[in-house]
Design a protein around this ligand. Structure first.
Ligand code: SF4
Length: 301
């Protein structure tokens, strides 16, 4: 008996990633023998990176920019996560062309953090960012305020910062979230913070709407199948959040990065299997996973 397999209609790249990849492919298709440098992985998915790498996309780190030979004739792509202002200065300094693919949602968040910081300056207030420490988007946000913000990754980190005074509750506080964090966790963090904020707390709703709506839909999808196969790259922060969400609704959730990792032992004969992924998981990979699942035959009884 073959498994019943359904791919989640809403899974696949978000608008920001689609935009960055289309612009990279447009550039590479117009320069067939050329090369495009991407500052950091354009998407946290190894299979998609390999596909784009074969077309000429070269992923580099910040330290590599200065070492690019003849940078005046080369092009650097800034991915959807965005960058701090220093990166643009560095690119200008070496003379490399820039294709800026910062997602418009992230750009708006950068602008609003800058604005809040300037306004808070007169009141000695404090900016708090709910996000993953060291994540590229968070580094880009910190760059907007010269690093003068407290990054909180989760509830234990918030409680620690409240306890050791890193967050000064006697100062006006403004909190922003990285675009891909969990809306439920963000509201819990804001609730606890507001209970301590003696001089007031302003909460900015900066979770990407594409991510926020995904949480509810994905939770329903996870409940509607016997087994969930969650597909995402090992380094995808959004993948971790969404896979944990599936796991919390359906304990028979398995995380994989490629179809080869599927274990037929995970399934029973009558199981319905849902295939879903992160905002960085390409649709073609979900389809490959579904195709492999459809070949698994389970014997009744
Ligand atoms: S998750 Fe949202 S904010 Fe982040 S890149 Fe995608 S569309 Fe942009």
């Amino acid at each position: 008996m073959a498994l019943k397999v359904e791919i989640d209609k809403r899974s696949g790249f978000c608008g920001g990633v689609i935009r960055a990849i289309s612009r990279a492919e447009e550039f590479l298709d117009g320069n067939p023998s050329g090369r495009l440098y991407s500052l950091g992985a354009i998407v946290h998915n190894e299979a998609e990176l390999k596909r784009l790498g074969d077309k000429g996309l070269v992923t580099i780190g910040h330290d590599d920019i200065a070492g690019i030979p003849s940078p005046e004739g080369e092009t650097l792509l800034i991915r959807a996560h965005g960058e701090p202002p220093e990166t643009y200065t560095q690119a200008r300094k070496v003379g490399i062309n820039v294709i800026d693919c910062t997602c418009p949602v992230v750009l708006r968040l950068q602008e609003s953090i800058r604005k809040a910081y300037n306004e808070l300056n007169g009141t000695s207030g404090q900016i708090i960012i709910f996000g993953k420490v060291g994540h590229a988007e968070v580094l880009g946000l910190l760059g907007q305020v010269g690093g003068d913000a407290v990054v909180i990754e989760d509830m234990p980190m918030l409680l620690e910062a409240l306890g050791n005074g890193r967050i000064c509750t006697g100062r006006p506080l403004e909190i922003f979230s990285q675009t891909t964090k969990s809306p439920v966790e963000y509201s819990e963090i804001c609730k606890v913070l507001s209970e301590h904020a003696d001089a007031g707390l302003t909460v900015h709703n900066t979770i990407c709407s594409q991510v926020a709506s995904r949480h509810e839909e994905l939770a329903a999808f996870a409940l509607s199948h016997d087994v969930i196969i969650f597909v995402s790259g090992a380094s995808s922060s959004n993948g971790k959040v969404l896979c944990d969400l599936c796991l919390s609704r359906n304990p028979r959730t398995y995380h994989i990065s490629s179809p080869d990792e599927i274990d037929p032992e995970w399934f029973g004969p009558d199981d319905s299997v849902g295939v879903c992924g992160a905002t960085s998981t390409p649709r073609w990979l979900l389809e490959e996973v579904a195709a492999k699942l459809s070949t698994i035959k389970k014997l009744q009884g």
